[in-house]
Design a protein around this ligand. Structure first.
Ligand code: GUN
Ligand code: FE
Length: 456
């Protein structure tokens, strides 16, 4: 008898392509000592019954109850961890003012490790309770507090990819919140990378250092070049903001006479492990460069509704072969939930859609074939995020990690409106995506370990 660390039985939903969600009804999932899904067995399989007979009375066998379903854990490609402390505030002012009057002052407070610990612990707990099993984080310029965030992820079992933020240009950043100078920014980043790599060895799920120029306006050419070299030297992930807002996009045009995508590429910052938040104004050449280099887009639909005044053409970028995942952009986006962001991704795309009334001029009513379905939004939050990070996460398939949420549609405080015992599972999936609240997420698992259990 093969030893497995955990065995699960139940109905699961998992993306096989952007448009297609596979329904795995009453499947068995066998998890090995590394937290990977070693075997997935369908009820039709010849060994199904004998496997059930062998394992179902064991302590590590978990059978879902009526009304419970598995989803893959969600992957948040863009979280500003320190901004959790100001979530929901000041969203009615433009990005530039918001950064300078709200965001930089709050981020500067993370030199205080006690404050950082309080905020970061609460954030990681909140994200896990919302089903987010992997997060790509911007921390702050502070090396120690950034490392503390990685340690908190390691301890709580979340797969955290963490960046010490670089903003070294004294002309562009306030004196109270920036790197001392370019050399210090690069030296701190290198030390941070080594410290997180060392920390990762003590975790099962992995924590990862991320090279993080905040965005082009905050960095000197020397810092951008040095960061590209560090990413290559240590083969790390890279993250930044790309073509987010009109003023930022215009600033990069003025400075480099090119769009963000090509400027970032010149500094060695694009690649298979690069995720660029927003990327709202990519033109076709930019999108082709992303596809060629394997660079992914972290789509932040709630934040974009506030700060970008634009809707990113997700369907068009997919057709160009660009990897795309979903980001909350806490706190440019007020919600830490990727359920909320998936819903907004669909709603925003519908607003970009061509008018249905053929008598109206199409150019006044948006862009044809813009809308995405809830299946595609689910893909962005799961498999698309995994592909963006080049990690085996986001699908409930063999050789992927067991990162999963158990959704309980029958919990009394947040019962979903399911009245027909034979309701089509496609419809149940859609109800889950549109109506689930944190109360419905009864357990969350990362790399085969339980990391969250609903208490109320
Ligand atoms: N551009 C540079 N910094 C930020 C940030 O913190 N949030 C958002 N939304 N855009 C940025
Ligand atoms: Fe952001």
């Amino acid at each position: 008898m093969t030893e497995y660390t955990q065995i699960f039985k139940g109905t699961a939903f998992s993306s096989t392509s952007p448009k297609e969600v596979q329904i795995l009804k009453d499947y068995l999932f066998f998890i090995n000592a590394d937290g990977m899904i070693e075997k997935v067995v369908a009820p039709e399989h010849i060994d199904y019954q004998s496997l059930l007979d062998t394992y179902q009375d064991k302590e590590n066998f978990h059978q879902l109850t009526d009304g419970q379903y598995f989803l893959p854990g969600f992957i948040d490609l863009h979280v500003h961890a320190p901004q959790w402390a100001q979530s929901g505030t000041a969203l009615d002012i433009p990005l530039y003012d918001w950064l300078n009057t709200y965001t930089f002052p709050i981020e500067s407070k993370f030199s205080d490790l006690d404050f950082a610990k309080e905020v970061y612990e609460d954030l990681v707990n909140t994200l896990l309770a919302n089903g987010t099993t992997t997060s790509l984080y911007f921390a702050t310029v502070h090396k120690e507090a950034s490392l503390l965030l990685a340690e908190i992820c390691a301890e709580k079992g979340q797969r955290g990819l963490v960046g010490k933020v670089v903003m070294d240009d004294p002309e562009q950043n306030p004196d109270f919140y920036r790197d001392a100078d370019t050399q210090t920014a690069l030296a701190d980043t290198e030390e941070f990378i080594l410290a997180v790599k060392a920390l990762a060895k003590s975790t099962k799920q992995g924590v990862y250092p991320v090279v993080t120029p905040r965005f082009i306006p905050s960095c000197t050419d020397g810092a951008l070049k040095g960061l590209g070299e560090l990413a290559a030297k240590y083969n790390t992930h890279v993250q930044s903001h790309c073509s987010e807002s009109d003023w930022e996009h215009g600033y990069v045009q003025d400075r480099f006479k090119k769009n963000d995508a090509f400027a970032l590429h010149d500094f060695g910052l694009l690649g298979d492990k690069s995720v660029m938040a927003h990327s709202n104004f990519l033109n076709d050449e930019d999108a082709e460069l992303f596809a060629e280099t394997g660079t992914a887009v972290g789509h932040c639909p709630i934040s974009n509704a506030y700060f970008a005044n634009s809707v990113i053409p997700i369907a068009h970028l997919h057709s160009k072969g660009v990897d795309i995942g979903l980001g909350s952009d806490v706190s440019g986006g007020f919600s830490p939930s990727l359920f909320d962001n998936a819903r907004q991704a669909v709603m925003s795309s519908r607003m970009l859609e061509d008018g249905v009334d053929a008598s109206l001029p199409a150019e006044k009513r948006g862009v044809p074939n813009s809308r995405i379905t809830i299946n595609e939004a689910f893909y962005l939050a799961t498999a698309g995020g995994g592909e963006s990070l080049s990690l085996p996460i986001g699908r409930l398939e063999e050789n992927y990690t067991w990162d999963a949420q158990i959704i309980d549609t029958k919990i009394a405080s947040a019962k979903l409106p399911i009245f027909d015992v034979n309701e089509d599972l496609n419809d149940i999936f859609q109800k889950i995506m549109y109506l689930v609240r944190p109360e419905n997420i009864s357990e969350v698992w990362v790399q085969g370990n339980k990391v969250h259990e609903r208490t109320k």
